[in-house]
Design a protein around this ligand. Structure first.
Ligand code: RUQ
Ligand code: CUA
Length: 684
């Protein structure tokens, strides 16, 4: 029996079903008895309490995470919101929530997806899609080091990529990905953010192939696509440069090469069985799945040389403009596709034991770690050996769907033996150590990349998914901390009904042993996160938008420009907000059935003085308008009466006075259009 397993099983009590499932799988696929017995042992004593639940925190933990009132945190931590569709920003080490950035989901707090200006951001080829599932975060890089300019995130469900501008902490751009279904292996960037890369989770018939096919024709008709989205160095603008058409596997995660392996990309693949039903069994049969190694520089050369086919597809490309304060959505209809079976030197498969989830590259670019969810070891592949294997053609006899398969031993640097159960993700520090999360044994494990020896293991509470070391995916990890993003919270916080708060845990990794120093709750389900030193970001903030530079079609650059204009049954209200009044604040002449557009310009030119705007009965959210910005709320007058408007953000001592009225008269009435400005009524 494995002693380490015995000692660790105390943490397993929280996931007996998962273990049962695992055992089930191992039985079905008749994997070595030893693994089964280890797991069985685990199951038989799953009821013991994890030791140290109550006293895992040492005396100086509070000191290490304490950020005194008025002081700043050392790191910005960008944390995916999972099924909330948002990105949240925390300070480290305090765990303070600094901001929730709406990306793929509408957000009434900020009017995101409700204001006329932001609605186009959520447009897709399926129309307006107000939600998505956001799993991964990738910061822009220069020379393999995070540069603090942009954060890229993925929308899983209706495949999309978004770019968040770290000058405004707002979503600046969203691009939809054709030929994809479940954009999970995404977004992962190259060393200089030349490309942000996105692999489809589900292989499906391509958009340009017939789609109405029997599901059990998977092996013939289902294909994967990997999207290479180029990033403009200066503006950050995304452009779908090309796609690779691959065999029909599922792509789970990925990492770009760095340093010596710059120019390559590595993707973890599961369901190499190409099963279409009961995947928990049928996609767990193969002893090894794959890491797919992609020579993207080569692929780029082919595309530049005019190779590949232009395929007709449909996808939305949405951009937010900080001068017009408005978004546009453009529908695009073509993409260049390289079928990897036609270009034999772009793509190679490397066998990787069982259903790999994370696929992570160390800071030197030499070591590639595959985390097989159902594997009892961690394989570490060598970039040099992979190159040699390709040069020597050390391939398996059989190609996989037309793609060469490198022999496992020919690519392998070594295996970490008995690292834990259910490995998911690996990050690195600057001292040659790796940190891997283990879902089933619920722990983070530190090991040395060179000798592959386990150095330390600490429990997580509970069932960690992703983990993150600041800069831990880059050439230059900042180290110091590790955050575990957990899937199960159980008894860590005050109970809150059937669902408990999501949870992150902060570890100090500056010493030889990792030390748990803080729990903090998160918004939505946290998947991946990245963190960078605050210095990289905090000085670059946009504090106001210059009102003189406001190019919004309906902006009022001062109260003198405000007016109310009728166009058929549309009424456009050009209205300004400044402490502490709206101009105009009273409007008459609106009639039942009119669509009223309140174009609110915030005239403030001071940092952090937004005004809000709400109107009674609006089937809509509020507006929250930043200094110098214009935002529009659409409201339909549905009945006769007086309808108050007011500022929703406590902006001054007289915030509560920041209000007004809209009079709605019957359809066909002759009430003239009239509005009040500076105490004077203006009739038109
Ligand atoms: S996943 S818990 Cu959606 Cu990134 Cu690994
Ligand atoms: Cu403006 Cu309150």
């Amino acid at each position: 029996m494995d002693l380490y397993a015995v000692s660790k099983t105390c943490q397993l009590y929280q996931s007996p079903f998962k273990i049962l499932k695992l055992i089930n799988l191992f039985n079905m696929s008749s994997i070595k008895l030893s693994i089964v017995s280890t797991l069985f042992l685990a199951l038989t004593i799953v009821s013991c309490k994890p030791k140290g639940t109550t006293n895992a925190i040492s005396g100086n933990a509070a000191q290490k995470t304490y950020v005194a009132p008025g002081k700043y945190d050392e790191f910005y931590n960008f944390v995916s919101g999972g099924f909330s569709g948002q990105l949240s920003v925390y300070g480290l080490p305090s765990g303070r929530l600094l901001r929730v950035i709406p990306v793929f989901s509408v957000d009434p707090e900020k009017g995101w997806g409700y204001s006329e200006e932001t609605k186009p951001m959520l447009n897709t080829s399926h129309g307006f899609v107000p939600w998505d599932d956001l799993h991964h975060v990738e910061m822009s890089m220069t020379d393999g080091i995070a540069d603090g300019k942009w954060v890229f995130v993925n929308g899983n469900n209706t495949p999309r990529l978004a770019r968040i501008d770290l000058k405004t902490f707002r979503t600046a751009e969203i691009i939809e990905l054709p030929n994809s279904a479940g954009n999970h292996s995404s977004p992962f960037g190259t060393e200089n953010s030349e490309y942000i890369v996105a692999g489809t989770r589900f292989s499906v018939p391509a958009d340009y192939d017939p789609g109405d096919v029997p599901i059990d024709s998977y092996k013939q008709n289902f294909k994967g696509h990997i999207s290479f989205v180029s990033i403009d160095k200066n503006s950050g603008e995304m452009n779908l440069a090309f796609q690779l058409r691959t065999p029909g596997v599922n792509f789970d995660l990925a990492r770009c090469g760095k340093g010596k392996s710059h120019g390559w990309f590595f993707f973890s693949c599961y369901n190499t069985e190409q099963a279409n039903t009961l995947l928990e069994v049928n996609a767990s049969k193969n002893d090894k799945d794959f890491i797919m190694a992609v020579n993207w520089k080569k692929a780029e050369e082919y595309v530049k040389a005019g190779k590949g086919k232009k395929q007709s597809v449909k996808y939305a490309h949405n951009k937010y403009n900080d001068e017009t304060h408005s978004a546009t959505s453009e529908m695009k209809n073509e993409v260049t596709v390289l079928d990897v079976t036609e270009f034999p030197d772009i793509v190679y498969f490397i066998p990787c034991p069982k259903s790999p989830h994370g696929c992570d590259v160390d800071p030197t670019g030499e070591y590639i770690v595959g985390s097989g969810k159902l594997a009892a070891l961690l394989p570490v592949f060598s970039f040099d050996k992979i190159q040699k294997a390709i040069a020597d053609k050390t391939f398996e006899e059989q190609k996989y769907d037309g793609v060469p398969v490198i022999k496992y031993e020919a690519a392998l640097y070594g295996e970490v033996q008995k690292p834990g159960l259910g490995p998911l993700h690996t990050e690195f520090d600057a001292n040659g150590n790796a940190y891997t999360s283990f879902f089933v044994s619920s722990e983070v494990v530190k090991w040395n990349i060179k000798d592959l020896k386990v150095l330390d293991r600490q429990p997580t509470f509970y069932s960690v998914g992703h983990l993150m070391v600041p800069g831990g995916n880059t050439k230059k990890p900042f180290g110091k901390y590790l955050v575990a993003y957990n899937k199960i919270t159980k008894d860590r916080y005050l109970p809150t009904g059937p669902e408990l708060s999501q949870s992150a845990q902060l570890y100090d990794i500056s010493g030889d042993k990792m030390e748990l120093i803080l729990d903090f709750p998160t918004i939505g389900e946290p998947h991946y996160a990245q963190a960078v030193p605050a210095e990289l970001i905090k000085e670059n903030q946009v504090k106001i938008f210059d009102i003189k530079a406001n190019k919004h079609k309906y902006a009022s650059h001062g109260e003198g420009e405000t007016k109310v204009v009728r166009e058929g049954n549309q009424v456009h209200v050009y209205i300004t907000a400044i402490r502490s009044h709206f101009a105009p604040d009273c409007i008459e002449g609106v009639k039942v059935g009119d669509d009223v557009y309140f174009h609110v310009t915030n005239l403030e030119q001071d940092w952090d003085v937004p005004h809000g705007f709400g109107v009674k009965g609006a089937n809509n959210a509020e507006l929250l308008i930043m200094p110098g910005e214009t935002s529009t709320l659409k409201w339909t007058a549905d009945r006769v009466g007086i309808f108050p408007i007011y500022c929703t953000d406590f902006c001054s001592a007289l915030h509560q006075e920041m209000q007004g009225y809209v009079r709605v008269s019957p359809k066909g009435s002759s009430t003239p259009l009239k509005f009040w400005l500076n105490n004077k009524a203006d009739v038109q």
